[in-house]
Design a binder for this molecule. Structure first.
Ligand code: OAK
Length: 817
C-alpha cells in the first residue's frame, strides 16, 4: 500500500519467505500450511532480529569503547507497543515482509496483529521512555535503557455486563519472547535487608538475602541511522533456584520458596499512574533494577579493571531518572563508591551528582513518592544511613546559605516527626545536576510551586524539556495514508527523520487539491477504524459523523467526567426534542481509559461511561446524531488505529494538573483538532498552531488558583446552568443505572459538594466550545485546512527534538550538534 521509500535492505521477498520457512521447520517442525499466525510472527521476528545482530553488536561496541557520553535511561516503565512493524520499518524490510507473507499464504496484518504488545508501562511516562529510546537510536546517540522485565505487564481491562472494569493479567510472554535475548553472563546479584556494622572505621553491610538479576536485551533500532541500541530489562530469579534437600524431605513448597520469592520482584507492573503506594514490593522492584543497572554500567565501562577510576564515570555515562522510581540509584551509587571502591564522601558525592539528572512528570502532590523510613531502613539499611548523611549535609548547606529553619524543615529529604518518610523527589533534586519538567508550564509550576524552595536555592539546576513523540510509530507506521500525502506534498520523505520539515506543508493548507486529498485520507482512516472496531469490538462507528475521541488513563484530574456530562447534556437535549444547532452535527464519541484497580472513583466513572453509552446507543432518538463507544483495553495498538481516524481530540484536564500530555501531540500530528484547556503542552501546541486552529476553553492556572482562594462552591454552577442540571439530574435519577439512584451517588455528591478538579466551573465554557466546534465542523474544507496547519506547525513535538534538547541542556551542555 505504501509508496514511501525505506532504507534499503539487501533481502528479497523470496529470501524473506525462505528464511521464515526455515525457522518454522527448525523451531516447530511445521511448514507454512500448518503454522499459526503467531508462529509466522515469531519466525519473521527472529529473522529480522538475526539480521540486526551484526549492527547491534557494532553499536554496543561503539557505546562501550567510544568517547561519547552514553545516556543511561533509568525507567520503571517502557510502554513499547508492537515491535515487529517498527523493526521492519527501521530495517527497510516492510515491503519484502508484506510480499513474503502473501507468498506464505498469510495476510500481513494478521501476522502483525499476532504480536502481543509488550505493555510494560502504565501511560504517559512509560510511552515517553519508549519514544526517547527510538529517538536516541535514530539520532545515532549511544544510549542504554534500563528497566524491569515484568512477567505481567499492564493489566488487560475487561468490562462486565454492568459496565464495570475488571482486570486480567497481561500474559505477554505466553507465546514466547521474540525480541529479548537472555544474557545470563551479565547477571548481577542484588542484595536486601540485614544489618550494617562498623569494621575498622568502615561501614559494612551484611545483607540478609539476595536475588539474581538476569538481563534480557531488546534491540532498539534507529530509523535510517544504522544504530541499534539496547533496552536491558532485568528479571529477578533465585540464586539457588531449587532446594533439593527440602524437596527430598517432601517439602515441595519449601523447595521452590526462594524461587517464588525472587520471581515475585519482577512479576508484575504496578498498575498505578500518577499515584504512589507504599508497597514494600515496589521498593524492592525499584532497588532491584537500579542496583543491577548501575553494576552493569560499571561493568560495561570498566570491564575487568581491578581499580577503576570511577571519577570518570560521569564522562562515560549519565543517568536520566525517569521520575522518582529509580531515585534510589543516587544512594546506591554512593554506596558503591564509598563501600566497594573506598572513595571519600566528598568525592563520591561529586561523582554522583554529576552522574544523575532527574525528570519530574507530575504536578500532583500525591504522586511525589515517599517511603516510610522504617520500611526503607529494614530493606536497605546501608542506603538509609547514606540518605541520612545526604540529608544532614543538605541541612548544613541550607543553614550556611541562611535559609530559615521553617523552610529547612519543609525541604528536608527525611521528614521529621513520628513517622518519618523519605521524599524521593527531594533526594532526586539534591542529588542531580539538572532537574527538568516536561512542558513549559509544568517546568514553571515546578519552579514556582512544587519545588519552589529548591529552585530558590539552586536556580541553575532547573530547566525545561517539552515532551515529544516519535513520528516513526505515530505517523509513518500508524498513518501510512497521511504519510504518503505528506511525502508527496513535500516531495521527500525526509520529514520522518526531521519533523521540522513539516513546516513545508504550510502553503498546501491553501491548495484546494491538497485539502481535498487530506479529507480523503481522513475519511479512509475513519472507514478503516470502523472496520477494525467492527472486527475487534463489535461496534461500527459511522464514518460520516465527527469522531470525537478521549483516550488516556482514567483520572479525576483528566476529567473524563466533564466529557461524559457534556455527552449527557447533549443527549438530554436530543430527547427533549430541542432544536439546538448541535443536532445538525452528528458525533461519535469514543473513550479509551484504564483505571488503576484500587481507584474507586475512576472505576465508577468507567461504569458511568459504559452505561451512558448503553442507554444512548439503544435509544432510537439518537440515531444519526449521537453514539458513544468505549472499547475495552486501550493500549498502543488501539491508539495506532484510532488516532489517525480522529477529528476532535479531547485534552480537558484541569489547568495546572497535566504535566504535559503526549497524546495531544500525536493527535495534532495526525490532523485532529484539539479541544483543550490551557494545561501542559496544550499551551505550546496552541501557541504553535495558532489560537484560531485550537479550541481552548476553561479556567487557566491563575484563575483556578484564584477560585480556590476565594472558596470554590460547585453547587452554584449547578444552580445556574440548566444544561448542567439536566445532566447531573439524569445521572442522579438512575437513568444510567436501571433506575437505581444509589449507583452513582458518590459521583454526584462529589460533583456537587467537592469537585476537586472544578468540572462544574468549566462545564459552561466547555459546552460553548463544543458548539463552536460544531459550527467549524460544518465547513469541512475549513476544518481540513486547520488540521493541515496543525500538522505543519507541530514538527517541534517530535521526540527527536526533545532528545536534542536533553542533549544540549542536560546531557552535554555546551555542545551543539
Ligand atoms: C506516572 C507515575 C508517577 C508520576 C508520573 C507519571 C506519569 O505517567 N506522568 C505523565 O508523564 C507524561 C510524560 O511526561 C506526561 O505527558 C503526563 O502529563 C504525565 O501525567
Amino acid at each position: 500500500m505504501t509508496e514511501l521509500t525505506e532504507p534499503r535492505a539487501s533481502i528479497s521477498a523470496a529470501e524473506f519467505a525462505e528464511g521464515v520457512r526455515k525457522r518454522l521447520v527448525q523451531r516447530w517442525g511445521v511448514d507454512e500450511a500448518a503454522a499459526s499466525p503467531v508462529q509466522i510472527y515469531q519466525a519473521a521476528s527472529q529473522l529480522v532480529r538475526d539480521r540486526m545482530a551484526p549492527s547491534w553488536k557494532c553499536s554496543n561496541r561503539r557505546m562501550a569503547e567510544g568517547t561519547t557520553r552514553t545516556v543511561g535511561y533509568l525507567s520503571a516503565e517502557y510502554l513499547l507497543g508492537r515491535q515487529l512493524p517498527n523493526a521492519l520499518l527501521d530495517a527497510g524490510m516492510t515491503d519484502q515482509f508484506n510480499e513474503a507473507m502473501r507468498e506464505l499464504g498469510f495476510d500481513p496484518d494478521d501476522v502483525i496483529e499476532a504480536e502481543h504488545e509488550p505493555g510494560l508501562g502504565n501511560g504517559g511516562l512509560g510511552r515517553l521512555a519508549a519514544c526517547f529510546m527510538d529517538s536516541l537510536a535514530s539520532l545515532d546517540l549511544p544510549a542504554i535503557g534500563y528497566g524491569i522485565r515484568y512477567r505481567y505487564g499492564i493489566f488487560e481491562q475487561v468490562f462486565d455486563a454492568n459496565g464495570r472494569q475488571s482486570e486480567k493479567p497481561d500474559d505477554w510472554l505466553s507465546a514466547g519472547d521474540a525480541w529479548g535475548y537472555r544474557q545470563t553472563e551479565r547477571a548481577q546479584r542484588v542484595a536486601f535487608g540485614g544489618q550494617v556494622t562498623e569494621q575498622g572505621g568502615h561501614r559494612v553491610w551484611h545483607p540478609a538475602w539476595s536475588v539474581q538479576a538476569v538481563p534480557y536485551d531488546y534491540p532498539i533500532p534507529g530509523y535510517a541511522s544504522g544504530r541499534i541500541n539496547t533496552l536491558r530489562l532485568w528479571q529477578s530469579e533465585a540464586l539457588d533456584g531449587f532446594d533439593l534437600q527440602r524437596f527430598n524431605q517432601s517439602d515441595y513448597g519449601g523447595a521452590v520458596q526462594a524461587q517464588v520469592r525472587a520471581n515475585t520482584i519482577s512479576a508484575i507492573l504496578y498498575p498505578e499512574d500518577s499515584n504512589t503506594d507504599g508497597k514494600r514490593l515496589r521498593l524492592e522492584q525499584q532497588y532491584f533494577f537500579v542496583a543491577a543497572s548501575l553494576a552493569d554500567a560499571i561493568a560495561t565501562f570498566y570491564h575487568g579493571q581491578a581499580h577503576p577510576d570511577l571519577s570518570a564515570l560521569p564522562d562515560h555515562i549519565c543517568f536520566q531518572l525517569n521520575d522518582t522510581h529509580p531515585v534510589i540509584g543516587i544512594a546506591e551509587l554512593m554506596r558503591i563508591l564509598l563501600d566497594d571502591f573506598g572513595y571519600e564522601w566528598a568525592q563520591a558525592w561529586e561523582i554522583t551528582q554529576r552522574t544523575f539528572n532527574y525528570t519530574c512528570h507530575t504536578l500532583l502532590p500525591e504522586a511525589l513518592e515517599e517511603w516510610p523510613r522504617s520500611l526503607f531502613a529494614e530493606l536497605l539499611p546501608r542506603h538509609m544511613e547514606i540518605i541520612e548523611r545526604i540529608d544532614a549535609d543538605f541541612v548544613r548547606y541550607l543553614r550556611d546559605e541562611q535559609v530559615d529553619q521553617e523552610r529547612i524543615d519543609a525541604m528536608r529529604i527525611i521528614t521529621r516527626g513520628e513517622d518519618p518518610t523519605i521524599r524521593m523527589a527531594y533526594l532526586a533534586t539534591v542529588g542531580s545536576t539538572k532537574v527538568n519538567g516536561v512542558a513549559q508550564l509544568h517546568s514553571r509550576l515546578l519552579q514556582e510551586v512544587t519545588l519552589r524552595d529548591f529552585h530558590t536555592v539552586y536556580p541553575g539546576k532547573f530547566t525545561n524539556v517539552t515532551n515529544g513523540v516519535t513520528p516513526r510509530r505515530f505517523m509513518r507506521l500508524a498513518n501510512p495514508r497521511l504519510s504518503d500525502l505528506i511525502t508527496e506534498g513535500l516531495g521527500t520523505d525526509s520529514w520522518v527523520a526531521d519533523l521540522s520539515k513539516l513546516s513545508g506543508l504550510e502553503p498546501l493548507a491553501d491548495d484546494d487539491g491538497f485539502v481535498a486529498r487530506f479529507m480523503h485520507v481522513k475519511d479512509d482512516n475513519k472507514r478503516d477504524f470502523a472496520l477494525y472496531a467492527q472486527r475487534r469490538y463489535g461496534f461500527s462507528p459511522d464514518p460520516s459523523t465527527m469522531f470525537d475521541v478521549m483516550v488516556k488513563r482514567l483520572h479525576e484530574y483528566k476529567r473524563q467526567s466533564l466529557k461524559i456530562l457534556a455527552v449527557i447534556a447533549d443527549y438530554s437535549d436530543i430527547i427533549a426534542g430541542g432544536s439546538d444547532n448541535h443536532r445538525a452535527q452528528p458525533r461519535t464519541v469514543i473513550f479509551g481509559a484504564k483505571a488503576a484497580p484500587g481507584y474507586a472513583m475512576a472505576k465508577l466513572t468507567i461504569q458511568l461511561i459504559n452505561n451512558v453509552a448503553r442507554v444512548i446507543n439503544a435509544d432510537p432518538r439518537t440515531d444519526g446524531l449521537l453514539k458513544v463507544y468505549f472499547p475495552a483495553n486501550y493500549n498502543i495498538s488501539m491508539a495506532e488505529h484510532l488516532i489517525p481516524a480522529t477529528d476532535l481530540d479531547e485534552q480537558i484536564s484541569q489547568a495546572g494538573k497535566e504535566a504535559s500530555g503526549t497524546s495531544n501531540m500525536k493527535f495534532a500530528l495526525n490532523g485532529a483538532l484539539t479541544v483543550g484547556t490551557l494545561d501542559g503542552a496544550n499551551v505550546e501546541i496552541r501557541e504553535k498552531v495558532g489560537a484560531e486552529n485550537f479550541f481552548a476553553f476553561g479556567l487557566n492556572v491563575d484563575q483556578v488558583h484564584a477560585l480556590d482562594a476565594e472558596g470554590y462552591a460547585p453547587m452554584a454552577y449547578y444552580d445556574k446552568d440548566a444544561r448542567l442540571r439536566a445532566a447531573i439530574d439524569m445521572v442522579a435519577s438512575g437513568a444510567f443505572s436501571h433506575g437505581d439512584r444509589d449507583t452513582y451517588r458518590k459521583l454526584v455528591q462529589d460533583w456537587l459538594k467537592h469537585d476537586q478538579f472544578m468540572v462544574m466551573a468549566d462545564f459552561g465554557a466547555y459546552m460553548d466550545a463544543q458548539r463552536r466546534i460544531d459550527q467549524a465542523y460544518r465547513q469541512p474544507d475549513q476544518w481540513a485546512r486547520k488540521a493541515i496547519l496543525n500538522i505543519a506547525r507541530c514538527g517541534s513535538f517530535s521526540s527527536d527534538r526533545a532528545v536534542e534538547d536533553y542533549l544540549t541542556r542536560i546531557w552535554m551542555p555546551g555542545t551543539r550538534r
